[in-house]
Design a protein around this ligand. Structure first.
Ligand code: GLN
Ligand code: ZN
Length: 765
């Protein structure tokens, strides 16, 4: 019998119950027991859903109040010294409040301390807390939460499989700290006994299977890490439980031989990202091993083609017999919880989708289909899926010939500005009349309660469209007046009309669909609702032109238009799976190109195209980077390149790791790029200097995430450092990122200081 299971299930709850309870606990409105109760209820509900769907195992270990990587760090006793109270150091349980302090710096109990760093989990939009590792660090079993959860599931009568991030991937995701340089791989030996203890404690409870997640296996591993896998698993393989080694987010590639031969009882592979690896895995898998095939897409919202999967997996079923398991490709953490709640979607569209709850059914049905023990319900599901997918394939919603025709007509010259940068810079200097060290901001000004209230009233039908637009114009006028008073050289309209930089554009483009409750955890209690790109993308009409034109009418200074770039529009959405991502991105680029040209025609002389997601789109394997960067850069250029020399193209990216992608950044050929630098003390400009980056740069001079007002001296000093690396004629002065999360009472003095810093710099240079 084929075993059906999942790598993990979303924990936030269909109503974001986890978010509500956790935030209430932080505010002191819910006590610890109340919070723990919500956790128990959610786990019970999610396990029950897995059983009801007919899965053979329920997965325990995917729950966390904040982050599962954090919980593992806590369980391993890897709590940085600044959080560890005396008691905990002595060997007791690490308290939940300690975990919350590691995550966000503070908690109802315990001293505030600097939070741990957070970063994206592989190529997902989920953020984990980076384990802090020290030379010679000791580990100990410091939390029994996982065991309690196992006991809960067993008490409810469920057949339990436990999931846990494996030791190599935990180390892989960690960061070496402390003054002495060391290799974090050296910690493995100390780590393994704690894993051993965990596995033994699970075995004592009668747990048969433990899934150790090692997604690091889909990345380029140095030889030493590959060897460490062998060493570690030859130890762990002796544990008194069966281990399922799980790889996902990509193919095993050159780690395939390593992965199939590790001495464990089973292997899970991602057949969505790499269907072609099935053949090789089947050929090389030792005869004693279970193979779990991740056939249902755990990263996207499309309904599975059950008929096709039955066919594709039939061979594996024949060869493996009872050693075959089926599952989603990865944890369902990355998709929304339940499609049933999307009552607002039109039924045809809804029939094309599957969220986590629906994917449970798909997995269970697929297992029964493969075994030839399909029930009536399975047969109906199979047929419904086939019909829905057929309808989707043929739908005019997907294919709009005008879009394809236009894309086919794109020529190489459409990616080229009329003149090279030096010539454009001269034309722009004439048309914009900016001083040395021009000042600007990144786009958004504070999204005040009043602005949000107006938008809610509009949605609720309590405020007319005209009244709402008038309110937004007032906000724009206000923002422009303040910028004039502050003396900013290149003002912005302030983006009051935007709820979100992707949603705002997606709502105005054809091809995008929005869900009502398609929430996905981003980090901690933060959830996002990514739009779904269903069909060919095009722009029915101008999106931002009236706002920018109005803003420009209020000032003689050059107003900067503000758009979200094609790669970011793609990256922060669920993308259709029936054509290459690249094609979808090019469609978006063409739609945005029209907006750029309309802005120019409306008298806007500078246009910023934000690409904060460019870097995170990098594939997990370095060998695939160039291919991605080539089309990503082409899409940006297609968006931007239609304008005249006089029109200045800006872009913005809010991160500071440019070394890997500096050539691509230069290839964007934006006239100006604004970046995050203040926290790295301008060191990141080294990458730009070494590359001899040819165009203009605005290195952010203050961190907008902090409420502190930056000092003039401090910003001048930072810019002087910048001036050592970049010729002053090519430097701009601006904050790190948009100001929407700040209040005006912080923004005004900060910008006043920034303008004063620029004035001082002009006098000096
Ligand atoms: N223009 C956007 C803003 O200022 C950019 C946001 C971002 O980079 N994430 O809010
Ligand atoms: Zn930013």
């Amino acid at each position: 019998m084929t075993i059906a299971h999942v790598s993990g299930y979303p924990r936030i709850g269909a109503n974001r119950e986890l978010k509500r309870a956790t935030e209430a606990y932080w505010r002191g409105e819910l006590d610890r027991e109340g919070l723990e109760r919500v956790g128990r209820e959610l786990r019970a509900r999610h396990w029950a859903a897995q059983r009801e769907a007919g899965l053979d195992l329920v997965t325990v270990g995917d729950f966390a109040f904040y982050d599962q990587v954090l919980d593992l760090s806590v369980m391993l006793g890897a709590v940085p010294a600044r959080f560890a109270a005396e008691v905990e150091l002595a060997a007791g349980e690490v308290d939940l409040d300690t975990a919350f302090r590691m995550a966000r710096g503070r908690a109802p109990r315990g001293e505030p301390a600097a939070a741990c760093e957070m970063t994206k989990f592989f190529d997902t939009n989920y953020h984990y807390l980076v384990p802090e590792l020290h030379a010679g660090q000791a580990f100990r079993l410091a939390s029994s939460r996982l065991f309690d959860q196992v006991d809960e599931a067993l008490a409810a009568g469920h057949p339990v499989k436990v999931t846990l991030l494996g030791p190599l991937t935990w180390l892989w995701l960690g960061k070496e700290k402390g003054r002495e340089a060391f290799d974090r791989l050296s910690l493995l030996e100390a780590l393994l006994p704690v894993y051993g203890e965990i596995l033994a404690r699970l075995a004592e409870r009668g747990v048969e299977w433990v899934q150790l997640d090692e997604p690091a296996l889909v990345q380029d591993l140095p030889r030493a890490w590959q060897q460490a896998f062998e060493a570690a698993y030859s130890v762990l393989g002796r544990a008194p439980v069966k281990l399922l080694l799980a790889s996902y987010f990509g193919g095993l590639g050159d780690n395939l031989g390593l992965a199939v031969n590790l001495p464990v009882a089973g292997l899970h592979v991602d057949l969505v990202r790499d269907p072609a690896q099935l053949e090789a895995v089947l050929d090389r898998l030792p005869a004693y091993k279970v193979l779990s095939l991740g056939a249902i897409d755990g990263r996207n919202v499309w309904r599975a083609d059950l008929a096709l999967l039955r066919e594709r997996l039939a061979q594996a079923r024949m060869r493996l017999g009872r050693r075959l398991w089926v599952a989603p490709s990865c944890s369902l953490l990355h998709v929304p919880v339940d499609l049933e709640r999307e009552t607002g979607l039109d039924p045809e569209l809804a029939s094309w989708l599957a969220f986590a709850r629906q994917k449970l059914d798909e997995v269970a049905t697929l297992a029964r289909l493969l075994d030839g023990r399909a029930t009536e319900v399975d047969r109906q599901r199979l047929e419904a899926a086939t019909l829905a997918l057929q309808a989707r394939r043929d739908s005019p919603r997907l294919h709009r010939p005008a879009v394809a025709d236009r894309l086919a007509g794109v020529e190489p010259v459409d990616h080229e500005r009329a003149s090279p940068y030096p010539q454009r810079a001269l034309a722009q200097r004439r048309s914009l009349g900016l001083p040395l060290f021009p000042t600007t901001t990144i786009g958004s000004f504070p999204q005040t309660d009043a602005i949000r209230a107006a938008r809610r009233a509009l949605k609720a039908g309590e405020l007319s469209r005209e009244a709402y637009e008038a309110r937004m114009r007032e906000e724009i006028a206000h923002a422009v007046a303040r910028q004039e008073a502050l003396g900013l050289d290149m003002p912005v309209h302030g983006e009051p009309e935007r709820n979100d930089m992707v949603e705002y554009f997606g709502e105005q483009l054809e091809g995008y669909v929005f869900t009502r409750s398609g929430w996905v955890q981003s980090y901690g209690t933060r959830c996002v609702k990514p739009p779904v790109i269903v069909g060919d993308v095009s722009r029915p009409g101008p999106m931002t032109v009236r706002w920018s034109r109005y803003a420009q009418s209020l000032t003689d200074r050059p107003m900067k238009g503000m758009l979200t770039g094609p790669v970011t529009m793609l990256q922060w959405s669920f993308v259709r799976d029936d054509q290459p991502r690249e094609t979808t991105c090019r469609q978006i680029a063409l739609a945005l190109r029209d907006e750029v040209l309309d802005l120019e025609a409306a008298g806007i002389r500078a246009i910023q195209i934000d690409e904060p997601a460019l870097r995170e789109g990098l594939p997990l394997r370095q060998g695939e980077w160039q291919g991605y960067l080539d089309w990503a850069v082409a899409c940006f250029r297609l968006t931007a390149a239609g304008v005249r020399d006089e029109t200045q193209v800006h872009t913005h990216m809010c991160y500071s790791e440019f070394n890997d992608i500096i050539a691509a950044i230069a290839a964007l050929d934006a006239d100006v790029i604004t970046i995050e630098t203040s926290r790295s003390d301008m060191e990141l400009l080294d990458a730009f200097q070494d590359f001899a980056y040819p165009n203009e740069i605005g290195p952010g001079v203050y961190d907008i995430h902090s409420p502190n007002i930056p000092e003039v001296d401090w910003m001048v000093a930072l810019m002087e450092k910048a001036a050592e690396r970049i010729p002053v004629e090519r430097l701009w002065v601006n904050p790190d990122c948009g100001l929407k999360t700040r209040g005006w009472e912080e923004v005004e003095p900060a910008l006043a200081n920034m303008v004063a810093a620029a004035e001082r710099l002009r006098r000096r240079h």
